[in-house]
Design a protein around this ligand. Sequence first.
Ligand SMILES: Nc1nc2c(ncn2[C@@H]2O[C@H](COP(=O)(O)OP(=O)(O)OP(=O)(O)O)[C@@H](O)[C@H]2O)c(=O)[nH]1
Ligand SMILES: [Mg+2]
Length: 206
Amino acid sequence: MDSTLSLPPSSPPVYLPEGEHRRIKILVAGPLGIGKTTVVKSLSQIPTLHTDEVMTNAAVATDDLSHDVLRDKTTTTVAIDFGRLTLPGDKIVLYLYGTPGQRRFLPLWEGIAFGALGALILVDTRRLKDSWEVMELIEERGLPYAVAVNVFPDSPKYDLALIRSKLDLAPETPLVTCDAREKNSGLHALAQLTAHSISVAGVKTS
Ligand SMILES: Nc1nc2c(ncn2[C@@H]2O[C@H](COP(=O)(O)OP(=O)(O)OP(=O)(O)O)[C@@H](O)[C@H]2O)c(=O)[nH]1
Ligand SMILES: [Mg+2]
């Protein structure tokens, strides 16, 4: 698959393309506040579904907001984000399911992950360890995944080889950097993930 894909700036294809296409479910996963909802929102070609709610003091005892980067967080996903994207070429339609980032919503994972072909796992170089638990969950399910380093303004810039070794990624696991708010950079990550997932699952796309 071409990993230098870009979408035309004009009206996105809201309706599914004519002809045959393969529909693929992809999870967008990662720890609290890493940019999952932002990725689904910026990549989807249809109006997205979100389940974000205001964070209240009631969650103080259960949610770990100790990291500085989460200090200003006011809302959080309590179930799923949902969006849809047709990859250039019109052969592959991705259904994007953003997962909740909080441990107390782990029981929802089974349902959200059901039928997924792969996962895009977001990491932040300011807190790589925070993504380990999600990586384990995905690996336990035997799902192929790609890792996207979501670059925030004050995230340290590390060489991708160093991040790969810190996360102990397999050589074939795609690793890219992205800005979750920017459509084409997320698309690059998804294109790599889709190619990887399809090759692992042996899915025919033509
Ligand atoms: N600068 C910058 N800010 C980002 C980026 N991605 C997300 N943000 C901001 O980070 C905050 C959290 O993003 P969300 O998309 O809500 O994160 P989330 O992973 O869905 O959070 P939970 O659902 O609570 O786990 C929002 O204020 C976003 O605008 C990015 O790539 N760069
Ligand atoms: Mg969210």
